[in-house]
Design a protein around this ligand. Structure first.
Ligand code: ASP
Ligand code: MG
Length: 423
């Protein structure tokens, strides 16, 4: 029998009624002839509540106990879902991570998969069970302790199971009906995409379109898992949602597929650092050690001398990072200055910036996308502070107050509201 993986996020299993509703969807796939592996999240809000309980109980941060507590939300949903399915006459049982076992590294709260042996679940399918309800987001370490994968990790569990069991498809049920050209809350012209390539989805996911955990898309791309995003709140069929797939499968002709943005960014400029070999390493090493996720980097060579002791060129170094890491970034730079590994005249923080990006595999073969983007923003009086590009993406940092305007402008400029012609 072919295998299907179905994943349900927190809002899709938020209460007993929602659980009963998605159990119907699972039962329909069983009737279609699939053995189904269901991956569940904790009921919405549960994981936050559990994290709160851990923090309120103790200042001692023991990541192993954090994981033991926080993983439990998924266990509850898995058991309830199995019960509900049994109630409907579908042979189902729940699986916690260690029972499968889902073997992971020991990196608590950020564990990675090591292996997912098929034997135990397959033995149950062979006995006539039709559904394995697996608790997402968790695994077991080589030491036999419970691990978790990081927030949003159930998506990654689902893709890993689809890869391990060579599933026909991995359906990710959520509270939106697919992947949009941009956030529909920003512009009513946002349009659902029928298909999007792994590469584009990876950019959109990491740029803050919160539909899928980035790692799940990486994993899907690596193993060629056909991934579909769809809503558990709608009636759905084979054509629902957005398919994340290989770019060969996509016939749409648009150069740009989507506009992504991330609101809460910050920008740091180190004014007049020495321009010498090793300076970038001396800056970004301590930032990495402090756990700062540096995103964009700009270095400006200045012709003027630093001072009499340091003749030669100086440079300004600018980088961006998520706003909640800004204090760590500042501390790391101040410490590096204090211990003499770098020197700068001034450290300027701009905490009121956002990033907006245009994404599309079509950019590989089309020129002029950047110019078009910059012209459109200029026409609206939006100043660009930092620019970065990749093969299929152009990102700019702008003042946060312009973010909605910028997204709407670019969405119009690249004509994303209109359906693409097939080529
Ligand atoms: N329940 C976990 C979280 O809220 C994992 C997930 O739902 O993907 O992050
Ligand atoms: Mg999620």
């Amino acid at each position: 029998m072919p295998t299907l993986v179905m994943k349900f996020g927190g809002t899709s299993v938020a209460n007993l009624e929602r659980i009963a509703n998605v159990a119907e969807k699972i039962s329909r796939e069983v009737e279609r002839g699939y053995n189904v592996i269901v991956i569940v999240s904790a009921m919405s809000g549960k994981t936050n509540e559990l994290i709160g309980w851990v923090n309120d109980t103790s200042d001692i941060y023991d990541a192993r106990e954090y994981d033991a507590v926080v993983a439990s939300g998924e266990n509850v949903t898995a058991g309830l879902m199995a019960l509900r399915l049994q109630e409907m006459g579908v042979s189902a049982r729940s699986w916690q991570g260690w029972q499968v076992p889902i073997n992971t590294t020991s990196a608590h709260s950020a564990a990675r998969f090591v292996s997912i042996p098929r034997d135990n679940i397959e033995a149950k399918f062979a006995e006539g069970f039709r559904v394995a309800v697996v608790a997402g987001f968790q695994g077991v370490s080589p030491e036999g302790r419970i691990t978790t994968l990081g927030r949003g990790g159930s998506d990654t569990t689902a893709v890993a199971f689809a890869a391990a069991f060579e599933a026909e498809r991995c359906d990710i049920y959520t509270d939106v009906d697919g992947v949009y050209t941009t956030d529909p809350r920003i512009t009513a012209k946002a349009r659902k995409l029928d298909k999007i390539s792994y590469e584009e989805m990876l950019e959109l996911a990491s740029l803050g379109a919160k539909v899928l955990q980035t790692r799940s898309v990486e994993l899907a791309m690596r193993y060629g898992v056909r991934l579909r995003v769809l809503s558990s709140f709608d009636e759905t069929d084979e054509t629902s949602g957005t398919m994340v797939c290989d770019e060969e499968e996509i016939m749409e002709s648009k150069v740009v597929s989507g506009i992504a943005f991330s609101r809460d960014e910050a920008k740091v400029t180190l004014v007049t650092v020495e321009d010498r070999p090793g300076i970038a390493a001396a800056i970004f090493g301590p930032l990495a050690d402090a756990g700062v996720n540096v995103d964009m980097i700009v270095q400006n060579i200045s012709e003027k001398d630093y001072d009499e002791v340091h003749p030669g060129a100086v440079t300004d170094m600018t980088f961006s990072c998520p706003i909640d890491q800004i204090n760590r970034a500042r501390k790391a730079m101040e410490n590096a200055k204090a211990n003499g590994s770098i020197n700068y005249e001034n450290l300027i923080v701009d905490a009121d910036v956002s990033k907006v990006s245009v994404v599309g595999i079509g950019m590989r073969s089309h020129t002029g996308v950047a110019a078009k983007m910059f012209r459109a923003l200029a026409a609206e009086g939006v100043n660009i502070k930092v620019i970065s590009t990749s093969e299929i993406k152009i990102s700019v940092l702008i003042d946060r107050k312009y973010i909605e305007l910028a997204v709407q402008t670019l969405h119009d400029e690249f004509d994303l509201g209109a359906p693409a012609d097939d080529v």
